[in-house]
Design a protein. Structure first.
Length: 216
């Protein structure tokens, strides 16, 4: 047998050994191999203000009306929290029996001689409103005072407007409106006694009184 014939025969034998690749299997849906995961886009980030996120996390204690025996301990908790939250702000926290009194300089909370809350004042009011939202078994009374500059009528008006502004800020932050009251006294009650037409920053103030709601 010639060499050419032998080579042709070998090629034919190799071709016979080669097989076509098996057709792709069609799996029933319930047994189909999982597809490789697709690259997913990261969800868009929400951009809610930090202050609103913080307030959304606060849950009222929901104690309702307190017994006289429970009121003291309840207010101890709020006093401790307020003193910590307001440290470094210049706001004083005083305890009178089972009530708390916060003293705020009006110049710290408002811009100039207006009833508009400043940016710094907004941060302070937010801290207080967070606390009174949480400790919801209380009543809040906001009293406004001025110094003796200006007329009595003007001083009474601006003190009432400022007290109302803070009360409105509280309710907008989620404090129930039935728990909040506001009263302006003008230059009627001076923290630092002075004569007429005296600019005394300590007399331009807000006093926020927080009182437990007690069962009678």
């Amino acid at each position: 047998m010639s060499k050419t014939v032998l080579i042709a025969a070998a090629i034919a034998m190799l071709a016979g050994c080669m097989t076509e690749p098996p057709p792709e299997r069609a799996y029933p849906p319930e047994f189909a191999p999982p597809l490789p995961p697709r690259a997913s886009k990261a969800p868009a980030e929400t951009t809610a203000p930090a202050s609103s996120l913080h307030r959304a996390e606060i849950k009222p204690l929901g104690r309702g009306m307190l017994t006289a025996q429970a009121a003291g301990g309840y207010m101890d908790g709020q006093e401790k929290e307020l003193r910590a939250d307001l440290r470094g702000t210049g706001i004083t926290v005083s305890r009178m029996g089972d009530s708390l009194v916060l003293n705020l300089r009006a110049d710290t909370v408002f811009g100039g001689k207006t009833a508009e809350i400043s940016e710094q004042g907004r941060r302070i009011v937010d801290k207080i409103s967070d606390s009174v939202r949480k400790f919801d078994s209380t009543q809040i009374v906001i009293n406004g005072f001025t110094d003796t500059t200006g007329t009595e009528a003007r001083n009474l008006k601006i003190s009432q407007e400022r007290a109302d502004t803070v009360a409105k800020a509280f309710t907008e932050d989620g404090v129930e409106s039935h728990r909040v009251a506001a009263k302006g006294f003008g230059d009627e009650i001076l923290k630092i006694p002075t004569g007429p037409d005296v600019s005394e920053p300590r007399n331009r103030r807000l006093e926020i009184r927080i009182t437990p709601r007690v069962k009678t």
